[in-house]
Design a protein around this ligand. Structure first.
Ligand code: AHR
Length: 334
């Protein structure tokens, strides 16, 4: 019941994107001390580097679109790259933006550790950085000291919410396969931590296998195919994103089982494909993970340029979708 209350409170508190930064900035976690950080010039256009990790799923495409759409409104001239799923390419893309002397760098670090040193390189070159979506290893580069802020969801809480739903859906009895996101990504690390710690407290539930599907639909399908053969007794799947859940649904059907009946599935993202699968009954629930960081990054940059203190984490609050609200929530799918 506690989690039901928590979810309904969240549903009521969903802020609109426009008011999100104001809400987040109003409730400070620790604030960034601008003294240590490179300054942000105020000029139009502002040359902003946006280094995307990959473009292989609707979430990434929606994130990129959000930056393209805000650029004109915010007076940004965007320099954009796509690392095609490679940490080393994302690092070299960012290094090239540093060499071009962009005024501001904004990027989702693909993995926590490999992308941390380049944040320090940007700082050394006098370029302010805003991280969006995923964070870097805080023992190497720290928000508020080495970069302005991290704008993103609470991935641990997303894992908690997915686990809470699964406990209710299965009456606290399940043999779970976990499909993890990209190994080393903060989204995968924290979604696993949050989910696993809640499930560990349930005596009737166990995670019988946990393997990376790299946040990709086809990889999720392949991993699920293999794990289904090794664990035919599986009764639930927790996928770290909708794309892998959709891949798992294909594998479950190919094995002659019914997703949503023989096997309950819970996931994260809230894509259009995820919402359609909830409507058809194959997917049980999806915790939203908003990819719409463009307006937030614009607002943070403008406030930072004016000398305002920015919290070290601008937390994005996320919706929750299941069969009870999927029809009226279709408008939020992407
Ligand atoms: O970091 C966020 C995750 O990355 C999204 O859940 C996933 O779909 C994307 O690739």
């Amino acid at each position: 019941m506690a989690s039901l209350n928590r979810d309904s409170r969240r549903q009521r508190l969903q802020p609109l994107a426009a008011s999100l930064v104001a809400v987040a900035l109003g409730f400070g976690v620790a604030s960034a001390q601008a003294d240590d950080l490179p300054k942000l010039v105020t000029k139009t256009p502002l040359k902003v580097g946006f280094a995307q990790t990959e473009s292989n799923n609707p979430w990434r495409l929606a994130e990129t679109k959000s930056f393209k759409e805000i650029a004109a409104k915010c007076g940004w001239q965007l320099v954009m790259t796509d690392a095609n799923g490679s940490n080393s390419k994302q690092v070299s893309d960012i290094q090239s933006m540093i060499a071009q002397h962009v005024d501001l760098l904004v990027f989702p670090p693909r993995e926590e550790k490999p992308l941390a040193p380049v944040v320090l390189q940007a700082k050394k070159a006098g370029i302010p950085v805003i991280l969006v979506d995923r964070n870097v290893d805080q023992s190497v580069a720290k928000a508020g000291r080495d970069y302005i802020t991290f704008i993103g969801s609470d991935f641990i809480d997303q894992g908690h919410r997915a686990a809470d739903w699964l406990i209710k859906a299965t009456g606290g009895k399940a043999k779970i396969i976990e499909l993890e996101g990209t190994t080393g990504a903060s989204a995968a690390n924290d979604r696993k931590k949050g989910f696993d710690e809640v499930i560990a407290k349930q005596s009737g539930m166990s995670i019988i296998a946990s393997q990376s599907g790299d946040f990709a639909r086809d990889k999720g399908r392949q991993v699920m195919e293999t794990l289904l053969q090794a664990h035919p007794d599986v009764t639930a799947v927790y996928a770290h994103n909708d794309e892998m859940a959709l891949g798992a649904i294909a594998a479950i059907k190919a094995a002659g089982k019914q997703p949503g009946k023989d096997i309950q599935i819970v996931t994260i993202d809230g894509t259009k494909g995820g919402l359609d699968a909830i409507a058809s009954g194959e997917l049980g629930a999806s915790v939203q993970s908003s990819p719409f960081f463009g307006p937030l990054a614009c607002d943070v940059a403008q406030r930072f340029a004016k000398g305002e203190k920015i919290p070290t984490w601008v937390k994005v609050s996320d919706r929750f979708y299941d069969k009870s609200n999927v029809q009226e929530s279709m408008q939020y799918g992407y």
